[in-house]
Structures are given as structure tokens and as C-alpha cells.
Design a protein around this ligand. Structure first.
Ligand code: AKB
Length: 317
């Protein structure tokens, strides 16, 4: 039986729901404590309502459940953050400080914090973007993620905090709805394809972005967290390539199953966010350091997305 007790902050979001399921399988239900600012109707337990900005409540919870590891997933994503920059900065940064300080003070042993391809900006080389390169993000989300990465590395070097992180590409899954991201079109498109056989995309046809099917993202996250500490050589955040495609290409993949599916384009403010991000990523260091290997390509993901959404009744997103 595992001695780890894991806290997932932001457990009811797109990543949290799937991560909780996977961690409960690996560690046992009672070893995974879920917290979020909202309780779901069919909430899995153990669960507590928590605002990550409430440092005292967070510490009390960590003590109550004798938590050893924290996955911090509460954040505002790119599109929502642009609408509320001050709150985005407050939540994304002070949430992270609250958790890093728990580790610095010895209350927990290990921290997972997600970064994003949003740390890159318009001056970054956009094809096969290397781990170390020019980073001048021009979105508030990207700025908060880049600052967060620097603080993760700082807390590791200065205080020995065991913090681990991945720069997620856009994440695509059928179990839960995404919220407030620029890459979310690649989830909505599957729902609309099944419901209406047509989708109006908020990015233009040629906007290629790195994406990843959720089972790969969850596997990468747990693999990194379970890797021996000496294999985790990057303490800011690891590039993870995923699969790169544009809206036209995902539409073509869907058409292999729904031949009369059509897509139209009406770019909005999210187009300029997407334009500032790389089209493809180099993740050689994740492969070398902790053995990362992707499983799903675009067509394999499309097949599973459509099959699963059909099976569960294509819930609205
Ligand atoms: C977003 O679109 O904001 C996120 C991300 C790439 O981090 N999915």
C-alpha cells in the first residue's frame, strides 16, 4: 500500500478530473484528495472546497490529510486570462507561491505544476521549438507561466523543492469540457461534428498548434512525477511535443468518419494568441531524461474522441 497522499488542487477542471481518476487507480481512492472552488453534483470523495489563494486553509488541509504531494491545476487559461489580467496574475502566481512555500517549509515532499506552450511568444522560432530558446510571451497567461517556471527552478535550486512541470500543448479529451483556452476549438469541433456535422472555428484554417490527447498527457504527468529525482534534470518545465495540426487537418481527420462534415472559419481575438505560439515543439529532453514517448497521432485520437463521445451521448460543451 502506498504511503503517498496526494492533493489535487483544481480537481474538477479538464485535467483534474482525468488525473484524479488515474491517480486513484494507481494509489487507491483514499490516497487522492480532491479540492476545487466548486463541488460537483456527482463529486468523487474525499473532496473539500478550497480556494488556493487561502494559504491558511490550504495548510490546514495538508495537515488534516497528511498530504505528501500536490498537483496544482487551478489557473486561468489564455483566453479567459486576457479578459481579466489582474485576477489571472493573482491566481496563477499566488496559487503557485502558496504551494511552493508548503514544500519549502517541509509540509509536502513533491509538487506538480503545469506550464504551457504559452511561455513562448512571437519572437520564438515557431517550428520544432527547442527547450531553450527566446521566450517573450505576449499574453498574460504566458507571462504568468514563464514567471512560474522561473520560480519553480528558483525554489528547486535555492530551497531544494522537488517541483516538476510540463509545458502542455493544447489538451483534447472527451471526459470533461475545457474552459477558457485558445486550443479548445480542437475539443469543440468533435462535439459539433457529431451534433451538427458542421463547426465554425475561431481560428483560421492554417493555424497549426501543438496538441495532445488527454490519455497521453495524463500518462506523461504521472510518469514525470514518478521518475527518480536524478532523472528530472529540468526544474523549470519540460517541452512536450504532442501532435501538431491545423483546423483544416483535424477537419479532414473527422471527415474520414463523417464524410459530410464541414468547417467554416471566423477568427476572433484568440487568433492573435494562437499566432504568438509555436506550431510544433521539440521534446527530445523529455524523451532522454525520463523516457517520454507519445502514443496517439491525430487519426488515433479522432477515432477515440468520436467513439467515446458517441458512446456517452456527446454531452454539450
Ligand atoms: C490554452 O489554450 O490556454 C491552453 C494552453 C495551451 O495552455 N490549452
Amino acid at each position: 500500500m502506498s504511503t503517498e497522499r496526494i492533493l489535487i488542487i483544481g480537481s474538477n477542471g479538464q485535467i483534474g478530473l482525468e488525473l484524479a481518476e488515474a491517480l486513484r487507480k494507481n494509489y487507491g481512492d483514499e490516497h487522492v484528495v480532491c479540492v476545487d472552488i466548486r463541488k460537483l453534483e456527482n463529486q468523487i470523495l474525499p473532496f473539500e472546497v478550497l480556494d488556493v489563494l487561502d494559504q491558511n486553509a490550504l495548510l490546514a488541509l495538508v495537515k488534516k490529510y497528511e498530504i505528501t504531494q500536490v498537483y496544482l491545476l487551478a489557473a486561468l487559461l489564455s483566453a479567459t486570462a486576457e479578459k481579466n489580467p489582474k485576477f489571472a496574475w493573482d491566481l496563477n502566481m499566488n496559487g503557485l507561491f502558496n504551494v511552493l512555500d508548503l514544500a519549502k517549509e517541509g509540509h509536502i515532499k513533491k509538487v506538480y505544476w503545469p506550464s504551457s506552450i504559452a511561455v513562448f511568444g512571437p519572437s520564438t522560432p515557431g517550428q520544432n521549438t527547442p527547450q531553450y530558446t527566446v521566450m517573450e510571451p505576449n499574453t498574460i497567461y504566458g507571462i504568468s507561466k514563464l514567471a512560474g517556471e522561473r520560480f519553480c527552478e528558483y525554489y528547486h535550486q535555492k530551497y531544494g523543492v522537488d517541483v516538476r512541470s510540463i509545458r502542455y500543448p493544447g489538451l483534447i479529451g472527451w471526459k470533461s469540457a475545457p474552459g477558457g483556452g485558445t486550443t479548445d476549438y480542437a475539443v469543440h469541433i468533435y462535439h459539433e461534428a457529431l451534433k451538427n456535422k458542421t463547426y465554425e472555428c475561431f481560428l483560421n484554417a492554417q493555424t497549426a498548434l501543438p496538441m495532445m490527447y488527454m490519455p497521453d498527457a495524463i500518462r506523461a504527468t504521472i510518469q514525470l512525477m514518478e521518475a527518480p529525482a536524478e532523472q528530472v534534470k529540468i526544474r523549470s518545465s519540460y517541452n512536450l511535443a504532442g501532435i501538431s495540426f491545423n483546423p483544416e487537418e483535424i477537419a479532414a481527420s473527422i471527415r474520414k468518419h463523417i464524410p459530410d462534415f464541414s468547417i467554416t472559419y471566423k477568427p476572433d481575438f484568440r487568433q492573435s494568441i494562437a499566432d504568438s505560439w509555436p506550431a510544433s515543439i521539440d521534446d527530445t529532453l523529455a524523451q532522454q531524461d525520463w523516457g517520454w514517448k507519445i502514443k496517439y497521432d491525430l487519426d488515433a485520437m479522432t477515432q477515440e474522441m468520436l467513439d467515446n463521445l458517441k458512446r456517452v451521448g456527446n454531452m454539450a460543451v
